[in-house]
Design a protein around this ligand. Sequence first.
Ligand code: CTP
Length: 391
Amino acid sequence: MLTGKKVLIGITGAIAAYKTLELIRLFKKNNADVKVVVTPNALNFVTKTTIESLSQNPVNIEQFDIKEYKPEHIALTDEADIFVIAPISANTISKITHGVCDNLLTSIFCAFKKPVLIAPCMNTNMWENPAIQENLKILKQRGITIIEPETGFLACGCEGKGRLSDINTIFNAAKEILLPKQILKGKKIIITAGGTKENIDAVRYIGNYSSGKMGIALADSAFKLGAEVVLISTVETKKQYKIINVQTADEMYDAVKNEFSNAYSLIMAAAVSDYRVKNRQTQKIKKDGNSLVIELIENPDILKEMSEIKGENQIVVGFCAESQNLIEYAKEKIQKKGCDYICANDISKKDIGFSSDYNEIYIIDKKSDVYKINKTSKQDAAMKILERIYG
Ligand code: CTP
């Protein structure tokens, strides 16, 4: 369930630290990659060996244990998707609220820019202390997720609020943050991918450099968001969702038309050839010493036609790859095609676009408003496009 997710768990010196061992197991059972950072005091409650055996990674304790080229707190910060501090003591709550960086765990917190979840555990009187409550209020305002302690029998012998929350509650809250929301649940989305190939004869075709990576990344992301995906692709791939393989613009046009009427949305990420050969030869053309003239005729404009017939609630998204005047051409194109959004990318930049694994996208809507997605992996760009358009 959490395959590919990197979870950093922080353990501070509190009696419930032993319960965090079960939390590590839960993350591991769900295929997450788990690394653990402890405060020196935490090792009074749990051992390094137990944590290392369960997480299958070395435990991080020391502030200046510099591995490879990066200080450890920065290396751990860069790779983790979430920082879960459970249990977090009153002392560490106060330190992280005020930017204190006196050990590895608090230094990581200070440098961490992704979601943080904390699960406090302490004596009831400490929990009720106004300083602690004020600090928790500040952390909450700053976007930290707080899993409040439960009421019950505490290790100090009294009854009250302060017991570490149930491990499953902490795990589920982290899972909720890590997994994308199902914003496309039950909605049918057609996505086209790859460059079309227009046959000249039995062995030759007119094509383009599109790798299909962006379209496939969009289809994968839409699937993760719960969509019923139909990928219409010139590139062969095997996925858990429906794939229709096509080669020519004509075939892509037919496949899109067949699927479109009950679809919630169409994303035309494919690089569709504007022209096809008028007289395709079934046999290989032989050279005869003369120049060869191939007559081309226009292909249907799939994006334009679907935008014309689309229902009020259907969303049609186009792509445009330009080598100059990107935003200006994209704004013209959205008017010309009549679609709801255009995702524009600059193919003159060598490090993004066509066969690269990276992209930088400008999403333009009908009002000509522009939203930029900075250079990132195509997978990440795909998720950001979907969240922006359908979120
Ligand atoms: N497109 C399409 N059918 C075509 C050509 C393009 O559906 N016959 C779609 C592409 O999938 C893309 C969008 O139209 O989503 C823009 O493609 P692009 O090639 O940039 O646009 P063109 O209309 O072909 O304009 P240009 O003259 O710039 O090539």
